[in-house]
Design a binder for this molecule. Structure first.
Ligand code: PLP
Length: 329
């Protein structure tokens, strides 16, 4: 595997802790639950995009970029982490963000402001042709003598996703050190890049566990083929053999609710339960819905006290403040 040969800038505080949530398990009457604390990757407020940015920013630097352009929703965790990393590396940053349902100056928008990132809010309909929008922003910057580097939504490119192959290596070592066997890993699916990197890492390490993606936006058939496609690209980049078909990918789309960013009762319950049993905060857009899925698995008898699982905490807590009304309603 060529992972060690890829240019990388160390940005994250890695390895992130893998901790046992025994009080949560006891209250659920469910499996042993380990939480991989990728909310603690360090820069900005932490989160999963930092791992992707280690590889993406090394590429940007190598190409002589002085300005990073990226996109997401107005409360995008990815955009915030990208802006924080760009600042640490002395680069400018332009965020082109879809208005979404919470464009207020709170949460990640507030943090973007403190970072003095340039933010352009665009109408949600323009997000359908976001590639054009990003390319024309890059062209504008080039004409003014800058060297822009575009990072697509979620930092999901083969290079970015390699960050989660690396996370699989970390998890493998931590399980070995702690003498723990697991059967399942729960991960949130947004763009699917995190899932793709993990699935490649798990296959490479021959870990005998099932990776379960919980979608927060797209339907499962769409996501399965998207994740398999991304995984295929990662494999090519790393000079590896295995191939992936959509049937190799497990995704549940039962916990989305009305749509991306719209909170569900299960999500609110999950956020409160994890806070009140472990003192750990999940987020309202991603990890809260994934934990709602895990809890539902326990209640449906798909997970028992014989099982051991890992829950990937991919960050996003800044959005809690934006969802105050929904959370205390
Ligand atoms: C972006 C994000 C995800 C999803 O990651 P993808 O690689 O886009 O699937 C999950 N959780 C949080 C908190 C995120 O910000």
């Amino acid at each position: 595997m060529l992972l060690d040969k890829l240019p990388r800038i160390r940005l994250g505080m890695l390895p992130t802790p893998l901790i046992e949530a025994s009080h949560l398990s006891a209250v659920l009457g469910g499996p042993r639950i380990f939480i991989k604390r990728d909310d603690l990757t360090g820069l900005g407020l932490g989160g999963n995009k930092i791992r992707k940015l280690e590889f993406l920013m090394a590429d940007a630097k190598a190409k002589g970029a002085d300005t990073i352009i990226t996109t997401g929703g107005s409360q995008s965790n990815h955009a915030l982490q990208t802006a924080a990393v760009a600042r640490q590396l002395g680069m400018d940053v332009l965020l082109i963000l879809g208005r979404g349902i919470h464009p207020e100056m709170q949460g990640n928008q507030l943090l973007n402001k403190l970072l003095d990132a340039k933010v352009r809010i665009i109408e949600n309909t323009l997000m359908d042709k976001i590639d054009e929008v990003l390319n024309s922003a890059a062209e504008e910057l080039r004409q003014r003598g800058h060297k822009p580097y575009i990072i697509p939504m979620g930092g999901t490119t083969p290079l970015g996703d390699v960050g989660y192959v690396n996370a699989a290596l970390e998890i493998y070592q931590q399980l070995k050190d702690q003498g723990v066997d697991i059967q399942r890993i729960f991960v949130t699916d947004g763009t699917g890049g995190t899932h793709a990197g993990l699935v490649v890492g798990i296959k490479y390490l021959e870990m005998p566990c099932q990776l379960i993606g919980i979608s927060v936006s797209r339907n499962k058939d769409r996501l399965k083929s998207v994740v398999a496609g991304h995984a295929h690209e990662v494999v090519k980049l790393l000079g590896m053999e295995p191939s992936f078909s959509p049937d190799d990918i497990t995704v549940y789309d039962d916990y989305i609710g009305e749509g991306y960013g719209i909170i569900t009762d299960g999500c609110v319950e999950a956020i409160k339960l994890v806070a009140q049993t472990e003192g750990i905060f999940l987020d309202p857009v991603y990890t809260g819905k994934t934990m709602a899925g895990l809890i539902d698995f326990v209640r449906k008898g798909r997970l028992s006290s014989e099982d051991t699982v890992i829950f990937m905490h991919t960050g996003g807590q800044a959005a809690l403040f934006v969802y105050a009304d929904e959370l205390v309603r």
